[in-house]
Design a protein around this ligand. Structure first.
Ligand code: MLT
Length: 345
């Protein structure tokens, strides 16, 4: 997807002449600086063409093994990481949690150590417990990439959402972005909040009061419970699903029907929004609940674009996890590979 000059400027890296990554692990966006987020996005930009071509492949990760270990369901994220690894020339192994010894009571760490004994380089982990990728980093030697941990973070989703906004709006700074839905249980909301606030957006969260943690205000996020009032002011709206699987105990809102009436994005409501609003959703969609099909498939929706941006972003994250230095400005992936024949940082 072509970028405007404004986009290129918005995704410029740190002022340093030879920027370096802060870590090989990617656990969350809370701990990344705005410059490092920009650096990852610039790296993703360098991979854009490779990401969108079935014909070409890089050999950057030739001989490396990337394992996806998902202890929670996933469609987009797992496929995207696997494809990103293969486009970089890595070998991939998908570890299916349901048919593994995890289901016989083995701990995540023991499972990871056993997998690691087979000489893996990068472990991409999804787990229902917040913080589990972080605790793995203290036990395993491989680079750990968080593909979603409980309600904590989903950093590559946050990065790809920002990358999509940059591609369409040319900037993030100064935009008013609304995240609507089940904020309380959403790792996507948290990663978006960190990335967007660091890059200078005005971030609003909106939903029933039971699904919005009040402490978000401490991080400079604005809170609304009135979607009809907020929507006309937004440049971007990111719609989240209700994470019913994480809601234990009594219901947190009267009914799905009531939720859809107050917080669902439908065609009539969208007419009150700015003409150039971007409609985003991380998926999976619950059509007819938080978003209606006419909106999800309509002209303001960039939902499938988000998926496409995910591939380049994950290539950049795997490049970082493998320990390769960021490309210098203007390098193509091939040039950067030969220029740094020295290998990982
Ligand atoms: C996630 O893994 O958090 C998804 O991308 C969003 C969701 O499940 O609603």
């Amino acid at each position: 997807m072509p970028r405007t000059p404004a986009t290129a400027a918005a995704s410029k890296p740190a002022a340093s002449s030879s920027p370096a990554w802060s870590s090989r692990h990617l656990l969350g966006l809370q701990e990344l600086s705005a410059d490092e987020i920009r650096l990852i996005l610039r790296q993703a930009e360098a991979y854009r063409e490779l990401a969108t071509s079935n014909a070409k492949k890089s050999a950057l990760l030739k001989g490396r093994l990337v394992v996806t270990m998902f202890v929670e369901p996933s469609t987009r994220t797992k496929v995207s990481f696997n494809l990103a690894a293969r486009r970089l020339g890595a070998d991939t192994l998908d570890f299916a949690a349901g048919s593994s010894s995890l289901s016989k009571g083995e701990t995540l760490v023991d499972t990871a150590l056993n997998i690691e004994a087979m000489a893996i380089d990068i472990l991409v982990v999804r787990h229902p417990a917040s913080g589990s990728p972080e605790s793995l980093t203290r036990q395993v030697k491989s680079a750990v990439v968080n593909a979603g941990d409980g309600a904590h973070e989903h950093p590559t989703q946050g990065l790809l959402d920002v990358d999509t906004i940059l591609a369409h709006k040319g900037k993030v700074e100064g935009l008013r972005v609304g995240i609507v839905g089940d904020i309380l249980h959403s790792r996507v909301a948290r990663s978006n909040i960190w990335a967007l606030t660091k890059l200078g957006a005005e971030v609003w969260v909106c939903g029933p009061s039971t699904l919005i943690p009040a402490e978000l205000q401490e991080f400079g996020v604005k809170i609304s419970h009135d979607f009809d009032d907020l929507l006309p002011k937004l440049d971007v709206v990111n719609i989240l699903r209700i994470q019913l699987e994480r809601i234990k105990g009594p219901p947190m809102f009267p009914s799905i029907r009531e939720y859809a009436r107050l917080f669902g994005l439908n065609g009539a409501r969208l007419k009150t929004a700015k003409k150039d609003i971007l409609v985003m959703h991380p998926g999976p969609l619950n059509r007819g609940v938080e978003i209606t099909p006419d909106v999800a498939d309509g002209p303001r929706s960039v939902i499938l674009d988000q998926v496409a941006h995910g591939l380049a972003v994950r290539m950049a994250v795997l490049h970082r996890a493998a320990g390769f230095a960021p490309f210098a400005t203007g390098d193509s992936p091939a040039e950067a590979r030969s220029a740094k024949a020295g290998g990982p940082q």
